[in-house]
Design a protein around this ligand. Structure first.
Ligand SMILES: Cc1cc2nc3c(=O)[nH]c(=O)nc-3n(C[C@H](O)[C@H](O)[C@H](O)COP(=O)(O)O)c2cc1C
Length: 302
C-alpha cells in the first residue's frame, strides 16, 4: 500500500513512506529485514555490524518491562565478511536499506566501508550511540574529536547517504550534532536507547548479565522528542526521530518537532502490522488537516 501523502526522501534516496525499521530489534537476519519491507516499512536499518565478529553478552540480555524493553545484547554480530555475503545475496532488497556500522576508531569504519560500499544499499547509519559496550557507541559518540574524525573519514570513503545516530546519554548533544553535520553527515538519527538498569527482587541482583543496558519503547518517547526539538535550530540537516514510537500520533509528534523520517524498533517486535497501521493513521490525519503531504508538518511545532 503506497500513500502519495507519505512519499519521502533523504539526500538522493526516495522512500515510499517515512517509517523505517530501527537498527537491531530483529537481529542479524536479512529475512526479517525483507519481511519488514513487505509489511510496509518505508526502509530498514540493519543491526550494527563491526569489522570483526562479536559474540555480545550472555543471557539475560533482553528484558521486557512494563513501559518498554531493556537490552544489553552487546552489539553481537557476525562481522563484516559474513555480513557481506548476506548483503550480496539480497541485492534486490537493498534499495531502501541503511547499513548500521560501529567501531572504536575511524580505520575500523573505513575497513567495513571498503568491503561493502560497492553493493547497492541506500546508505550508512553510524552507530555512535550504543550505551552498553565499552570503547564503542557512546564512548566514541561522546568524544567530539573522534566524532569529527570518524564522520570525515567515512564521508571521504563513500558517496552514499550518511546518517549518524546519536545518544541521549550525553550533556553535549548539541555540540556532537553540530560536529557530525560539519564533518559531512547528511542526516542525524535521534535517539539510541537510554542507559538504564533493572533489579530482580528475588535474587537481589541486577536483572541483566551486563548490569547496564539500553531502555527502548514508550518510556523513552519524551526524551527522544526533547532531543529532536533541541536540535531544530542548531543543525540544518534532516533529522530522523526514533524512540518509543508505537502509534500514528507518536510519529506525527516527531514530524512536528522537525523529524523528516522516523524509525520504529520495539513496537515492531510487538506488532508486525505497526507500519501499516501508522501509515494509515498519518494519511488520515494529513487529510483531516487539509494537507497534501505529511512533509508540510515537518518542524511546525516551532
Ligand atoms: C534488542 C535491541 C537491539 C538493538 N540493537 C541496536 C544496534 O545494533 N544498533 C543501533 O544503532 N541501535 C540498536 N538498538 C536501538 C534501536 O535501534 C532504537 O534506537 C531504540 O530501540 C529506540 O527505538 P524504539 O523505542 O522504537 O525501540 C537496539 C534496540 C533493541 C531493543
Amino acid at each position: 500500500m503506497v500513500f502519495s501523502s507519505l512519499l519521502s526522501n533523504l539526500g538522493n534516496v526516495s522512500f515510499p513512506n517515512p517509517l523505517l525499521l530501527a537498527s537491531g530489534v530483529v537481529g542479524n537476519s536479512f529475512e526479517e529485514l525483507t519481511y519488514a519491507l513487505k509489511l510496509g516499512a518505508g526502509g530498514v536499518v540493519t543491526k550494527s555490524v563491526g569489522s570483526r565478529p562479536r559474540r555480545g553478552y550472555p543471557v539475560p540480555n533482553v528484558i521486557k518491562l512494563e513501559l518498554g524493553v531493556l537490552n544489553a545484547v552487546g552489539l553481537s554480530n557476525p562481522g563484516v565478511d559474513v555480513f557481506k555475503v548476506g548483503l550480496s545475496k539480497n541485492r534486490k532488497n537493498l534499495q531502501h536499506m541503511l547499513v548500521s556500522i560501529f567501531g572504536s576508531r575511524p580505520q575500523e569504519y573505513i575497513r567495513i566501508i571498503k568491503k561493502i560500499d560497492m553493493l547497492p544499499f541506500a546508505g550508512y547509519e553510524l552507530n555512535l550511540s550504543c550505551p552498553h559496550v565499552k570503547g564503542v557507541g557512546i564512548d566514541v559518540g561522546h568524544d567530539l574529536i573522534l566524532v569529527s574524525e570518524i564522520v570525515r573519514q567515512v564521508r571521504k570513503n563513500t558517496n552514499k547517504l550518511l546518517v549518524v545516530k546519536l545518544s541521549p546519554n550525553t550533556d553535549k548533544l548539541i555540540e556532537i550534532a553540530k560536529e557530525a553535520e560539519k564533518s559531512g553527515a547528511d542526516a542525524l538519527t535521534l535517539i539510541n536507547t537510554v542507559r538504564a538498569m533493572d533489579i530482580d527482587i528475588v535474587s537481589h541482583r541486577p536483572s541483566l548479565s551486563n548490569i547496564y543496558g539500553g531502555l527502548s519503547g514508550p518510556a523513552i518517547k519524551y526524551i527522544a522528542l526533547r532531543c529532536v526539538y533541541e536540535l531544530f535550530e542548531e543543525v540544518n540537516i534532516p533529522l530522523i526521530g526514533c524512540g518509543g514510537i508505537s502509534k500514528w500520533d507518536d510519529a506525527i509528534q516527531f514530524f512536528l518537532v522537525r523529524s523528516r523520517l522516523v524509525e520504529i524498533g520495539t513496537a515492531f517486535v510487538q506488532d508486525k502490522t505497526i507500519f501499516k497501521k501508522i501509515a494509515i493513521g498519518i494519511d488520515a490525519y494529513v487529510e483531516r488537516e487539509g494537507l497534501k503531504s505529511y512533509s508540510e508538518l515537518i518542524g511546525s511545532a516551532h
